[in-house]
Design a protein. Sequence first.
Length: 627
Amino acid sequence: MSLLGAPGVRVAPPEPVRAITGVRRDVAAFCGVAPRGPAGVAVPVTGWDEYRYRFGGYEGPGRLPYAVAAFFAQGGERAWVARIVHDHDGGGRATGALGPLALASADEGTWGDRVRATLSFAAQPLPVLTATTGELVAAPGVDVPPGSLLRVRLAGDVRLLRFAGRIEDRPDPAGPGTRRHLLLDVPLPAASTDVELVTGTLTVTDADPLLPRTEILDGVSLHAAHPRWLAAVLAGESTLVAPAADWETTDPAALDPALPDLTTVLAGGRDRWDRIVPEDFWDPRWVPGDERPGTGIHCLAENDEVALLVAPDLYDPAPLDATADVTTPPSVAGPGFAVCVAVAPPPPPAEPAPPGLTGLALDPRVPADLNRIVAAQRELVRFADTRRDLTVLLDVPFGLPQRRILAWRTAFDSPYAAAYHPWLDVAAGDDARDMLVRVNPSAFAAGIIAARERRRGVAAGPGNEIAAGAVRVPSPVTAADHDQLHPAGVNVFRPDRDGIRLTAARTLARDPSLRQLSVARLMTVLRLSLERELDWAVFEPNGEDLWAEVRRLVADLLTRMYAAGAFAGATTREAFFVRCDRTTMTQNDLDGGRFVCLVGVAPAEPLEYLVLRLTRDRDDTVRAGPV
């Protein structure tokens, strides 16, 4: 009961409308090699253009850009991207100096050599009432933040730079109100009221030939006390440059009082792709619950949004060029018969090729390399098993014969992992390579899973879909081989009359009840929805009212899922049950303030086979009917 006070009409705050809406599980994470972009942190992107802006295009040796492009081509809408580097020591970044300020590209790579930075200054008169050598009194209403740069003109047109290290508002001795006192960091040789307030603007340009970009950071200062201290502004607002080291407040004596523009072109960037090894894809020091940001896939440890994980550059089994194994001599044929001519050898490349992924180059046909590939893939699966809320999509190692594929599959047993085969060839429209590129099948699968969930819900089996953008299967799977791979849980892409079709959606779990990817993901969605959207219950009294509310909310969620085809059964009574009463709790539970709700569901498995009986009657009539 509350005391309302004086009479009147008052609107009571509405009771919160409680409902369990379900969680989104169509967001993918990609970990791989890119020519630019932050390392050790995942960045969200919602399309190819946004990815291109942050991580560059196809100019690097990695498959990451092709995988991300394939994801969005299938209909995926949101992804997190983590760039993998060998270490985080800051090496490989381009550097330069703006007067006393040391700058570096925001992340490593030769892309930084295209960056140009210019720091310009603007000065405007500052009304000063009185001045001493160490203090200026500004007129009322003047806004001068602490750490502002001031230019003071003394007799003989001598100009000096000082920082307003501290700002104090003191009572005005002439009347009501206050005056702003600017305490200089270094005293002046003589007092002067001829003062200008100086603000800086940093303009950074990246002369990327395909996607040039410009950043303008205005209102900056070079003093750490200023609300727009340049070092802090770079850390929070720039994706192109950063301080090359820990900055401190700049000594104004290091600046020219004439305040000319300071310009630098960064140089010395290095692409250290050849140093990356499979072990860089995870953090061996990470443990569950670790508050320290992890590296590799473990930078996603606290990201609850990610539901699918793809590592397209976990190893490099073959050249990007899908035609590298095809030797077709150049044709010199003309429109008619002519004397044979000698074919001149191709000219040498104008410049050496960039370093490749030599540390990731593993040939699955070599037993030692295959063992290392399997060990790396097991680390990804171990991460997914630890989280229990995402699915890692694995690629069957490229070039393995059927017998070894089946042996490879036995290394995994997890409902949080799925395998895809074979690799697919694509032709990217804006790729300067102008050739077919061999891309991980898991990238296409991630987009298919995400798009299918958004169209039909998580209970729909993410299979029987065309891989958009795939133009060729370099090693087609025969019907006989498919008959072996499907029961083993290997999801296969096969050429069809409409394109290249994903024929199945199974996990790598040996438990038959979790063999279907849609079922495993459905159970994950259900568990996460209940965990995350019933958290309010911990603040409620444990009694009949709470139990009834929980039963109602859970039953509403399951009814909606049943209507969407998620559960088997002719009625909701056959599809699921929800029990939360004194039969589900012991007296110890009640004494400890604990309530127990039992939820049972009958997931509907996708219909994989339609079996027909083909018969021929005595009159030679052929009929097909159900078995």
